[in-house]
Ligand binder design. Structure first.
Ligand code: CAA
Length: 259
């Protein structure tokens, strides 16, 4: 059973997972991450869901890892228990696209969680940042790697070394976010619209597209292009490729089987 710290809701083809720990501005404690992982794995295996919307509240997407939980942690505990490693499940085990809709604070681990999503949308006034340096530490859930790949070394270095926040408008301008919306309502509407558009396509193609785009982050260009071609070839084995191309030729709307 999902605990009240995570809210979930399902529409046709898309599923919303909402971080809901308002008293701590959705600080990402270990129990919250465990619930999030469970919720995402359940949604990932549901035949009825094609795309996942990950949100927080208007005030906070997430204000980071739980500082009060982390404060007494020792090196040996963190190291031997692989503290924070489970956060990566979202990127390694969820095949369906995740849209992060970010409003308010997305700091530290909150910024890192948003960057793990496949599409990042935010409000123009969203408050992003990697402020770990102010706590005497550094980003631990991929912030130094994903932020640097997204916005370049010099800018990422400046933000991580100063701990300064940046706005959603800047995130979009720098290419970290796909889009910044003028209000929370517009953000949620825009994210739902994109989710619905994606969910209207064949699941086989959706999952294939996510897989190959994400490979571009890990592979050299030549290997990435070859990897894409292999997946592209594989999709000729799906029913939906036949359905999609036949429908185009016959000027019909395709009726996907998701097979
Ligand atoms: N962990 C634990 N509790 C947190 C928290 C966090 N990351 N962020 C906020 N809270 C708690 C506060 O302690 C406070 O609780 P109490 O009411 O019990 O005192 C409650 O949430 C509300 O917070 P504030 O009163 O501070 O709210 P504010 O509006 O004045 O400020 C804020 C908002 C600027 C986000 C401020 O809360 C803040 O700076 N939070 C910490 C942000 C941060 O440093 N994040 C990085 C964490 S380290 C990390 O994430 C490591 C990593 O890479 C994985």
């Amino acid at each position: 059973m999902l605990s009240p710290a995570i809210g979930t809701g399902q529409l046709t083809g898309l599923h919303a997972v909402t971080l809901n720990r308002p008293k701590a501005l959705n600080a990402l404690s270990t129990p919250l991450i465990t619930e999030l992982n469970q919720a995402l794995l359940e949604v990932n295996s549901s035949d009825r869901v094609s795309v996942i919307l990950l949100t927080g509240s208007q005030k906070a997407f997430a204000a980071g890892a739980d500082i009060k939980e982390m404060a007494p942690l020792t090196f040996s505990k963190a190291y031997t228990q692989s503290f924070i490693e489970s956060w990566s499940q979202l990127t390694t085990q969820v095949k369906k696209p995740i849209i992060a809709a970010v409003s308010g604070h997305a700091l530290g681990g909150g910024c890192e969680l948003a960057m793990m999503a496949d599409i990042l949308y935010c409000t123009e006034s969203a408050n992003f940042g990697q402020p770990e340096i102010k706590l005497g530490t550094i980003p631990g859930a991929g912030g130094s790697q994903r932020l640097t790949r997204a916005i370049g070394k010099s800018r990422a270095m400046e933000l991580i070394l100063t701990g300064k926040s940046f706005t959603g408008a800047e995130a979009a301008q720098w290419g970290l976010a796909a889009k910044a919306f003028p209000s929370y309502e517009a953000l949620m509407e825009g994210a739902m619209k994109t989710a619905e558009t994606i969910a209207s396509y064949s699941k086989v193609a959706i999952i294939g597209a996510k897989e190959v785009v994400n490979k571009s982050q890990d592979l050299p260009l030549r290997d990435g292009v070859e990897y894409e071609r292999r997946v592209f070839h594989g999709i000729f084995g799906s029913q939906d490729q036949k359905i999609g191309m036949k429908a185009f030729a016959e000027k019909q709307k395709p009726e996907w089987t998701h097979e």
